[in-house]
Design a protein around this ligand. Sequence first.
Ligand SMILES: [Zn+2]
Length: 139
Amino acid sequence: MVLHDFLCGTGHRFEAGVASMTAPDPACPACGSAARRRPSRLNMGGRASTGVAREQMPRSWEGVGRGDRETVAHWRKLAGDRDRLEEKHPELAGDRRPVLAHEGVFASRPLRAGDDPAAVVASVKAAEAASASPERAAS
Ligand SMILES: [Zn+2]
């Protein structure tokens, strides 16, 4: 189990553990495209870490090395680092409440936990009315 830095075809950098030097390179956890190994940061003298954005964290079983213990622990540590960073800088986190509904009337404005559904629907309807013709808005 060796940690490597990877760079995907669209420019995401990430770290992932591979079983050996000959193991296939993992797909990018952010966009899923093919990635290639970069020289290890250990060989490059390290770098200041501000954590990994949540969107860059693996969301698939493959992304965490199919449950590989060291890979999972690695990402758990990065997630913990990110939590501490977001505690200090809440603006980095965005709205992380669970999305309850995102289809139909909620497509343009997801309904999140704690939202008043009626208020969200009303605001969506108001936005639709504002962009519609005056005749339609008046009806
Ligand atoms: Zn990518």
